[in-house]
Ligand binder design. Structure first.
Ligand code: C2E
Ligand code: CA
Ligand code: CA
Length: 581
């Protein structure tokens, strides 16, 4: 033990003098009565210089009022602490904590003992924690690429805007913006260019709207703008037009040539009534899709008609999500004929939805909806597995059908799982790969040409036949056909329709024929309905055909019957089944 009983008082005073904590005794107005060695060091003054010095002069002016209150507190007889910035004699400042205790004798204040603790390090940590917290707050509410508010902050801003509009009685608009064909930019030029495009888009959007309007990056290439304080639809229209126009300026210095991007917009107005944020976003999103359907680079306002369609969509999407489980899909088959030999070369699988109350629903009314609802992969899987089973069963029954052709949407084609799904269907059913054909459209390639090429080669190596469907309706250059291992091109029905009365159409089909021939590809015409069309096609040299003239899409049983009749030479040329259309 350091303290020895007999000179305890002496040592206690030494304890004060030598304490590593700077400590002073002060009177009620802060005048220094005594300072220990650490305090003398802190003030850079010795005891003689410190006596009677007002402590206030060592406190930064901004803290002086607080210090005076602190002195009053001590004088009142209360122990007190206070954070004060201490001014060093030769420059610099310290964050300090003053810990004070008043000495009271006979109920009267005598003096206070104040320890001055350096808390600079602690303050530094606190400040940086505060900054980190603020930074994290910012990060959580802003998109790191464009620094725009993100979807989490959007909801906040939207609610604030709605509250303001409720008060001032004006109007607001929620504008959903989607960069057109952004995926192609990303795929063709790489993600770094894609990122730069998004930064530029963000900048242009920000510059087009007013300060009080919110521009937010909703996700990927989707942006949402909240326009506030508008008086009518025309006000919103003007801003949206400006936004769309803003896109028309090419972006320079990103790639070797100026890059032109466009955007599609959907808008939804709101007034002082009650709205649900999600509902508004969905409506603007819906309207944006309408713009995409109308050919992109335009805007659409959500209307009452959309509301009805959107409700129907929601109902249909819900029903579709159950349709596979409920076994409501059915495959129909349409024969593909070689008109010169009358042989059947293939059957195309066309899916029908047997809706319990709506009756037979055609694929044009459900494929896109299933894609929107992210259900299409289930359908593709189901169609492929059923189609392969039917094919194998026909083989087992000795019925000759050529190949069984399944339609694949662009989205499904580029999905990572398609190869595995096709392999599984073949293995599970036992159908040889060369009996399966996939029908793909030009957009399957255009969406991601490099990936498409890779996938097509893989399917080709598996022995699967590949057909380019709806040929002539897309925008790909005919020359690009050379790069992809297709076996067949299918001339779109629109060309066949115009064959007899449109010279241009027959010239085009003629041109398609020569391309197919020069590339060693088969060519098939779809939608053949009349004898004249058949004759015309024969003249041009196109012999493979499919259409109502031969047969409408028919059920599995009807197909078996059709094949059997053909095989035993009893086939009548036309099927009696009534077309779906
Ligand atoms: P598609 O591949 O162009 O199929 C041909 C469409 O034309 C079919 O319509 C067929 O019924 C119809 N059709 C065939 N011959 C004639 C004719 O002579 N005259 C007329 N007016 N029409 C004819 P459907 O079955 O309504 O199919 C529409 C589209 O839906 C198909 O177009 C195809 O792209 C898609 N589709 C059908 N089933 C499936 C499927 O299981 N999966 C995917 N991904 N798409 C499918
Ligand atoms: Ca097809
Ligand atoms: Ca087609």
């Amino acid at each position: 033990m350091y303290l020895v009983k007999e000179d305890r008082f002496e040592n206690e005073s030494q304890l004060f003098e030598h304490s590593p904590v700077p400590t002073v005794c002060i009177n009620s107005s802060g005048g220094i009565l005594h300072a220990n060695y650490s305090a003398q060091a802190l003030f850079s003054l010795d005891m003689t210089q410190l006596v009677n010095k007002p402590l206030t002069t060592s406190i930064m002016p901004v803290d002086r009022r607080r210090f005076n209150n602190y002195l009053a507190e001590l004088e009142d007889g209360n122990s007190a602490h206070c954070e004060l910035t201490f001014k060093m004699r030769f420059g610099g400042k310290l964050n300090t904590l003053f810990l004070g205790k008043p000495i009271i004798e006979n109920g009267h204040f005598q003096f206070s003992i104040v320890s001055i603790i350096d808390i600079s390090a602690q303050k530094l940590v606190e400040n940086s924690l505060h900054e980190t917290k603020e930074e994290l707050q910012h990060l959580a509410h802003h998109d790191s690429l464009t620094n725009l508010p993100n979807r989490y902050l959007l909801e906040d801003r939207l609610e604030t805007a709605m509250a303001r509009i409720k008060r001032n009685g004006w109007m607001g608009a929620l504008v959903f913006i989607d960069v057109d064909r952004f995926k192609i930019i990303n795929d063709d030029y790489g993600h770094h260019v894609g990122d730069e495009v998004l930064i530029e888009v963000a900048k242009r959007l920000r510059l087009t709207v007013r300060e009080q309007d919110t521009v937010c990056r909703y996700s990927g290439d989707e942006f949402i703008i909240i326009l506030e304080d508008i008086t009518c639809k025309a006000d919103a229209t003007n801003v949206i037009k400006k936004i769309i126009d803003g896109f028309s300026q090419p972006i320079h210095d990103l790639i070797e040539h100026p890059l032109i991007v466009s955007a599609s917009a959907g808008a939804c107005l709101f007034d002082k009534s009650d709205y649900d944020c999600d509902e508004l976003i969905k409506k603007a999103d819906y309207a944006m899709y309408e713009s995409k359907k109308r050919g992109r680079n335009c805007y659409t306002f959500f209307s009452a008609e959309h509301s009805i369609a959107q409700n129907l969509n929601i109902i249909m999407e819900n029903e579709l999500s159950m349709a596979i489980e409920k076994n409501e899909f059915q495959l129909h088959f349409q024969p593909q004929i070689d008109a010169t030999t009358n042989r059947i070369e293939g059957v195309e699988v066309l899916t029908r939805w047997m809706h319990p109350s709506r009756g037979i629903v055609g694929p044009d009314d459900f494929i896109q909806r299933m894609e929107n609802a992210h259900l299409s992969s289930h359908l593709t899987e189901w169609v492929l597995s059923q189609a392969c089973k039917v094919g194998k069963s026909l083989i087992d029954r000795g019925l000759e059908f050529g190949r069984i052709a399944v339609n694949i949407t662009p989205k499904e084609f580029t999905s990572t799982s398609l190869i595995a799904v096709v392999e599984k269907s073949l293995v599970d059913s036992g159908l040889p790969a060369n009996k399966l054909e996939l029908e793909l459209t030009e957009s399957s390639i255009m969406q991601n040409p490099a990936l498409a090429e890779k996938l097509l080669h893989q399917f080709n190596q598996m022995g699967i036949r590949l057909t380019l469907d709806d040929f002539g309706t897309g925008y790909s250059a005919l020359s690009c056909l050379n790069d992809y291992p297709f076996h067949c091109i299918k001339i779109d029905k629109s060309f066949v329709d115009n064959l007899s009365d449109n010279k241009k159409s027959s010239t085009l089909v003629d041109a398609m024929m020569s391309i197919a021939n020069s590339l060693g590809l088969d060519i098939i015409a779809e939608g053949v309905e009349t004898k004249e069309q058949l004759t015309q096609l024969n003249k041009i040299g196109c012999n493979l055909m499919q259409g109502f003239y031969f047969s409408t899409p028919i059920s599995e049983d009807e197909l078996s019957e059709y094949l059997l009749k053909k095989q035993i030479g009893k086939s009548s040329q036309r099927s009696s089944v009534i077309p779906l259309h």
